[in-house]
Design a binder for this molecule. Structure first.
Ligand SMILES: NC(=O)c1ccc[n+]([C@@H]2O[C@H](COP(=O)([O-])OP(=O)(O)OC[C@H]3O[C@@H](n4cnc5c(N)ncnc54)[C@H](O)[C@@H]3O)[C@@H](O)[C@H]2O)c1
Length: 255
């Protein structure tokens, strides 16, 4: 039996990188997946790919144009999810990521701080705020936040992104306690360096990320490695796993 049969999942930033790989894996495991993505072209393409992969197992996928920083967009995306698939079981707050504009607090433009906080942290907060009532109605479910190795180990030159991802780790723990009585579990994945198109470009321009990459004991991550952890967290296999920040980082936090 498919591991996510009869589940409905909502993935933010599911048009590219890790989010797209996760949408495809969820659909392969029988989930109905809503891809809430700001980029119309990649969102639609990812939904088509996930639909094709999920077809044999009862999986499906649907693209909804959504900026996770805009309340009206997020409300509309959840409404579309319920209209189309009837319920919500899995909320994956994945949209986010650092940029080459990040830096040490004394040097980085304030606009970059607010960009990271607004996209990564506020986006996670807002989708949780508006998504949790649907999870409660479904009788419980799984929230999968996206933190990062930078929440667990210092990475020079990424102070804004680090602040956002550290806050997401803390928020994950407090939400896990807050909503446990509704049978909602809340966890975060903390990837190391994962070779998405965005990160390949960051690697070219950053000695600090190159140095971090060199500490990955089993090689650099691929989107599928993170997607497979997300499948575990989304499935009933993780039924007593909550409040955890799960590193998928090739051992980079332990060396
Ligand atoms: N790739 C890595 O090495 C790595 C490491 C640690 C954590 N992460 C985290 O994993 C997540 C995914 O990273 P990725 O490398 O796949 O990034 P990516 O840039 O490849 O994909 C992010 C997706 O989010 C979408 N998006 C951006 N802003 C959005 C918005 N406002 N509303 C909706 N969608 C939006 C983008 O269009 C894109 O499709 C991020 O939260 C990132 O911080 C990635």
């Amino acid at each position: 039996m498919a591991r996510l049969a009869d589940k409905v999942a909502f993935i933010t930033g599911g048009g590219g990188g890790i989010g797209r790989a996760t949408a495809e894996r969820f659909a392969e495991e029988g989930a109905k997946v809503v891809i809430a993505e700001i980029d119309k072209a990649t969102g639609a393409a990812a939904a088509q790919s996930a639909r094709e992969r999920g077809g044999n197992n009862g999986g499906d996928a649907h693209f909804v144009h959504c900026d996770v920083r805009e309340k009206s967009n997020v409300e509309a995306a959840f409404a579309e999810t319920i209209r189309r698939y009837g319920k919500l079981d899995i909320l994956h707050n994945n949209a986010g990521g650092s940029t080459p504009d990040d830096g040490p607090v004394t040097e980085v433009p304030e606009a970059e701080f607010w960009r990271a906080i607004t996209l990564d942290l506020y986006g996670t907060f807002l989708c949780s705020k508006l998504g949790i009532p649907h999870l409660i109605k479904a009788g419980g479910g799984s929230i999968i936040n996206m933190s990062s190795i930078v929440a667990l180990k210092a990475l020079p030159g990424r102070d804004c992104y680090t602040a956002a991802k550290g806050a997401i780790a803390a928020l994950t723990r407090s939400m896990a306690v807050e909503y446990a009585s509704h049978k909602i579990r809340v966890n975060a994945i903390a990837p190391g360096v994962v070779l998405t198109e965005r990160v390949k470009k960051l690697l070219e321009g950053s000695k600090a990320i190159e140095k971090l990459a060199a500490t990955h004991l089993l090689g650099l991550g691929l989107p599928i490695h993170i997607a497979d952890m997300a499948v575990y967290l989304a499935s009933d296999e993780s039924v007593i796993t909550t409040g955890q920040i799960l590193s998928v980082d090739s051992g980079a936090t332990v060396v």
